[in-house]
Design a protein around this ligand. Structure first.
Ligand code: F6R
Length: 618
């Protein structure tokens, strides 16, 4: 799912929409379209594939008009030359709809409206929606009323916008689950499902609430709730700097974002940590100290990398606050019967704050009486707005599809949360708090040193880029880092890579190890921890086992150990920190390795195939 855009004002809408679509590209898509109108004309263009194809179509056949809508979205992998989720030409040309998300009841709508909607299984969801809106206008209803009636019929999470030739200068947008923002300008307004698309145009935004419909003209914005009653919505000022959303000389957004990690970490900790005492203050948490003392256990929910960061943070929270933590996949939890109540604190982790599975889990936890906290990179997101409180990461916009700086910023936010919880529950003594604070303050410079490994990672990538089998091993907090490292390689370089808990290797994956397999082993140790030393020794022994099977070991370590030199083909040496923060350093060379391998293999780095930034739940 990429998103939808709208514009209405006095400028030409086409270039504004195309530019906003470019800013949405990072979310992944395989088709685009736009519809633009003026008092005299109404144009629809769409294209399969990359945005440049739509730009070419518009160059060949220009569109003129001061209001319009656009989309970038996924079609089925076998996309034909049509663009199903775009403005639908099969409907009367006088009306166009763009859709973001996946309504759940389209098949049902196709059959229920079999007279008005031809039951054509190939027609796209946007086609169906267009005809649905058209059918609701047959009694002469204005566009907003037709959209409102249509919205009532649509199930699942989506957002859509419509324009009509006979109502020039008006864009109607409906929010059904997904985020919709309206950027305010001077006698012009911008609509987007992602703040980054219009951040360069406006920083004063109205966020629609679920079920809202907005009528947007150059003169103003009128919002109605799902009943059609007028409502007023707050205007938020977005603090992100639009320049942060540019590549600033880096070849790809992803590498820029990897290199932004020291800053993102610093800013996530900024203002929350008393450097002298180590006390942590989380102003927006929305859960009082008294409530935190009362909590029975914690639930942490996320998808993809956010799930990996939840699993890493489980150890931080259990060690610093001595509270039991359950970690759940969003896509599992939402279809389960969770044992939660008001004594359970639910943390929903989501970089985007829009992943539908995670949104559904948040609502479910809330309905069961659990206190909910969002860990998000976007304060304007659905998850941030729906949860009772939040811990917002300060990673800035993450435009590459793969999460890097948002992952490490989540870990920092959760480390702060673990400290805070330990402090209010009396489990983290002042001396330990101070030590944790010192470790955290030192972290950005350690990550900076890890970034200096980029040339070694590039060299290593040249040796391994031809590989087709990778196994990543890690123990303790480094098990989820092994998963995350493997995931980066899968997503970006399209190589089969598996992450595995070190001790599990002998229970299956060992059977795959041979001379063709690269085994990335995380072998770090915190000398101050008995268990960490024990884990390290186990890992060293395991490296011997891999080498005995001719597996090619790439060792990521903070040690200078002859035993590693003996058995590893390659050693990546990283700076040391406390065991709880070490994952934030360890992941850096794994991100860089995946980046360089993918670049050498010639893959699309910022928009890898089959990866949307916000993934629609199945
Ligand atoms: C991995 C990646 C995805 C996301 C996942 C959840 O690099 O980006 O796996 O982590 O789709 O997204 P959020 O955190 O936005 O809910």
């Amino acid at each position: 799912m990429a998103g939808i855009i709208g514009y209405v004002g006095s400028k030409q809408a086409g270039p504004i929409i195309l530019e906003a679509l470019r800013r949405l590209e990072y979310r992944g898509y395989d088709s685009t379209g736009l519809a633009v109108g003026s008092a005299k004309a109404f144009h629809v263009r769409r294209a399969a594939g990359k945005l440049r194809n739509l730009q070419a179509a518009v160059r060949m056949d220009p569109v003129r008009g001061t209001y319009g809508i656009g989309h970038a979205s996924w079609t089925a992998a076998q996309a034909s030359s049509a663009s199903p989720d775009g403005p639908a030409p099969a409907a009367p040309r006088s009306l166009a709809v763009v859709l973001c998300g996946k309504p759940t009841n389209m098949a049902d709508l196709r059959s229920r409206y079999s007279v008005a909607l031809p039951a054509d299984p190939e027609s796209s969801d946007a086609d169906v929606l267009t005809r649905l809106v058209v059918s609701q206008r047959e009694d002469g209803a204005p566009l907003e009323e037709a959209v409102q009636r249509a919205t009532a019929e649509v199930g699942g999470s989506c957002a859509f916008a419509a324009i009509a030739e006979d109502e020039p200068g008006k864009v109607v947008v409906a929010r059904r689950g997904l985020s919709v923002l309206i950027g305010l300008g001077k006698r012009e307004h911008f609509i987007a499902t992602d703040v980054r698309a219009i951040l360069n145009r406006s920083r004063d935004m109205i966020q629609l609430e679920d079920g809202d419909i907005a009528v947007v003209t150059a003169r103003g914005v009128r919002v109605m709730d799902s009943e059609g009653l007028p409502v007023s919505r707050m205007v938020d000022h977005v603090r992100w700097d639009p320049l942060m959303a540019e590549r600033s000389g880096y070849k790809h957004f992803m590498v820029k974002e990897i290199f932004e990690q020291p800053r993102a970490i610093r800013e996530t900790a900024l203002g929350r940590l008393d450097e002298e005492t180590g006390e942590v203050v989380l102003d927006e948490l929305g859960v009082t100290s008294r409530e935190l003392r009362d909590i029975g256990h914690l639930n942490m929910i996320g998808c993809g990398s956010s799930w990996h960061s939840a699993l890493t943070a489980k150890a931080m929270i259990e060690r610093l606050a001595r509270v039991h933590v359950e970690v759940e996949y969003g896509s599992e939890f939402r279809y389960s019967e969770p044992l939660i109540d008001r004594k359970v604190l639910t943390l929903v982790l989501s970089q985007s704050g829009e992943t539908p599975d995670s949104v559904a889990c948040l609502k479910l936890a809330h309905a069961r009486g659990s206190k909910t906290v969002a860990v998000c990179n976007s304060e304007e997101s659905t998850i941030a707005k729906t949860a009772r409180g939040g811990i917002y990461t300060q990673a800035g916009p993450e435009l590459a599809a793969l999460s890097t700086k948002s992952f490490t910023s989540q870990l920092v936010a959760l480390y702060l949360f673990a400290m805070h919880l330990g402090q209010v529950r009396g489990k983290l003594p002042p001396e330990l708090s101070k030590q944790c604070a010192r470790d955290l303050l030192e972290l950005p410079s350690l990550v900076e040193s890890a970034l200096e490994l980029t040339l070694s990672c590039e060299r290593l990538a040249r040796h391994v880029a031809h590989g087709s089998k990778f196994l990543y091993l890690g123990r303790g907090l480094h098990f989820p880092i092994a998963l995350e490292g493997a995931r980066k390689l899968q997503e970006l370089a399209h190589i089969s890579a598996e992450g595995c808990a070190g001790g599990e290797m002998r229970h299956g994956p060992k059977a795959l190890i041979d001379a063709d397999m690269f085994v990335v082993v995380i072998a770090t140790v915190d000398d101050k921890h008995r268990l960490s030393r024990l884990r390290y020794e186990k890992t060293v022994a395991q490296i011997g086992e891999v080498a005995a099977r001719q597996g090619r070991v790439i060792c990521v370590t903070n040690q200078d150990d002859d035993r590693l030199r003996e058995n590893a083909h390659e050693i990546i040496r990283i700076p040391s920190t406390s065991e709880l923060l070490q994952p934030i350093v360890t992941i850096v060379p794994l991100q860089l390795l995946a980046y360089h391998v993918a670049a050498l293999r010639g893959y699309d780095i910022d928009q890898p195939r089959d990866l949307g930034k916000s993934v629609t739940g199945g």
